[in-house]
Design a protein around this ligand. Structure first.
Ligand SMILES: *Cc1c(COP(=O)(O)O)cnc(C)c1O
Length: 390
């Protein structure tokens, strides 16, 4: 039935359309000025960006990207182990390791690439991976493509994790990896990292922590919630969010780095990160520790925003710059998203299957660069929508 070989495309797309889950791409360009974007002729305040510190358009960051391009070219011309390692890669890795309080750091092209290939190289068919149920899709891909046994513990449920560890310790696994995040991307809430650290120590498990949403915003010098801790065997951070750049890194021991350089396919079989990206990341890394005062003020604005959203009668959650406004019903959530858009505010509606049924939400991400007026505008629009509902 040669003629039917594209049927799967129609069937898949039709299924998405009939479930109101069809998605498509639209272009959103930056506009000069704080956190403003332009799409199809209209200008919006962007409340859905991961540019938490506004560094994507910071002059130092842009200038360094250009300077490194001028000096080292547009591309890195080879993979790291062949001839693609430049002094700017090794310098950035050295600076990252220092900033993270770890012996070593290793660059990856993206967080997705790192997460989807690390666990396969760190396990064998006799290993066990225990991952938080709400871990990022890239960690799920990495776990599923490894040859290890894979189990998920209930979200942030330390009793469940302990139970699984207890059960596993009676078996003969070659090693056990605990996989979690510090701040979860859809709820903006945190994991009980202290408890996870002590369970890892108690059961002799290895620990993989994805710090993507904390880096730049939280922790000592803004270097995340899991830095300066040797119990974290793999500390994954990304540079596409608060760094305003692109790519990812692992903070780890020197021995772990040597191992990954030799065994991790997502590091080995890919072109080295381009000079522009290395330059932007290097400049952002120099800026982030200097922003302590701004960060503290930002933390207060986040807390204040979440309180005010609650006072308006909305259900919210989390304890970070990611503030979900949980509506529940999918259609109502879409209605609020378009209400906000009509008011010149860009915020994403997140629906199942990305989040559990009946927990559709508007996901607000705050940036240090949002002005008080912009946040006030968002709160006013939320209040007006709420009034309209009653
Ligand atoms: C964004 C994100 C990633 C992926 O990082 P990229 O560099 O964008 O590929 C991985 N893990 C978490 C938790 C993330 O939020």
């Amino acid at each position: 039935m040669v003629n039917d070989r594209y049927n799967f495309l129609d069937e898949g797309l039709e299924e998405r359309r009939s479930n109101h889950q069809f998605r498509s791409l639209s272009a959103v360009d930056p506009v000069e000025g704080k956190m403003r974007v332009q799409s199809e002729g209209s200008i919006y305040i962007d409340f859905s960006s991961n540019d938490y510190l506004g560094l994507a358009t910071h002059p130092n960051v842009k200038e360094r990207a250009v300077a490194y391009t001028q000096k080292y070219g547009a591309g890195s011309t080879a993979s790291r182990l062949i001839s693609g390692t430049r002094t700017i890669h090794t310098q950035l890795e050295k600076n990252l390791a220092e900033a993270l309080g770890r012996e070593a750091a290793l660059l990856f092209n993206t967080g997705f690439q790192a997460n989807s290939s690390l666990l396969g190289s760190l396990t064998d068919r006799h290993s066990l991976i225990l991952a938080d149920k709400l871990s990022h899709n890239s960690l799920l891909q990495g776990s599923l493509s490894s040859r290890a046994e894979f189990q998920r513990f209930r979200h942030n449920n330390m009793d469940h994790l302990e139970q699984l560890l207890q059960k596993a310790s009676a078996s003969n696994y070659s090693r056990i990896w605990i996989v979690t995040e510090t701040i979860f991307s859809m709820d903006g809430n945190r994991s009980p990292l202290d408890k996870i650290l002590s369970l890892a120590n108690e059961f002799g498990a290895l620990l993989f922590v994805d710090d993507a949403h904390a880096v730049g915003v939280w922790g000592p010098n803004g270097m995340g919630l899991a830095s300066n801790n040797e119990t974290v065997d793999i500390l994954l951070g990304t540079c596409g969010k608060a760094f305003g750049s692109f790519g990812a890194y692992v903070g780890c021991s020197k021995k772990m780095k040597d191992y990954l350089v030799n065994f991790c396919p997502g590091f080995i079989y890919t072109t080295a990160p381009p000079p522009s990206v290395v330059g932007a990341t290097q400049a952002a890394l120099e800026l982030i520790p200097t922003l302590d005062e701004e960060r503290q003020a930002f933390h207060k604005r986040i807390e204040n925003f979440r309180d005010r959203v609650q006072q308006l009668g909305f259900k919210t959650a989390g304890s970070s710059q990611i503030v979900p406004i949980i509506i529940g019903d999918e259609k109502k959530t879409l209605d609020l998203a378009s209400w906000l858009q009509d008011s010149g505010l860009l915020a994403t509606a997140i629906r199942p299957p990305t989040v559990p049924a009946k927990s559709s939400r508007i996901r607000i991400t705050l940036s240090m660069k949002h002005t008080p007026q912009q946040i006030e505008k968002l709160l006013n629009a939320l209040a007006e929508w709420k009034n309209e509902q009653s």
